[in-house]
Design a protein around this ligand. Sequence first.
Ligand SMILES: [Zn+2]
Length: 140
Amino acid sequence: MDWRILLLIPLLLLVPRRKLGRYFTLGELTKTKTGKPNVPPAAAVANLQALVSYVLDPLREKLGPIYVTSGYRSKAVNDALRSQGYQAAKNSLHLQGRAADIYSKQYTPAIVYGTLQDMKSAGAPIHQLIEYKGHVHVAI
Ligand SMILES: [Zn+2]
């Protein structure tokens, strides 16, 4: 065995815990239940970082804990979701790390949506904002 592989193990364990902002980790914004590989390229990580600092962190400050069901999606993940019948557009901004599907345990999607709408009116760079039954889709 190549002993250098041992050096990679702590790295692989730490990457998902990498903080993207104040409240969110890279792991939270890249998790998937599809079992498909979902490692974002550097450009997508930069987009996730912007999403967190301009939208998710400020929202967290207003509403308390915010949960992410889907952030970055690789093409493999997006295709898997599509084939499972989920609403996952072919050119989804999730593919660029610019979108997140989020919910609060404390507030309804309507409240989360309204809060984001207010943030957008106040100048937050929100490009897409859609309220669904159990979550809100937000993208920069
Ligand atoms: Zn979405």
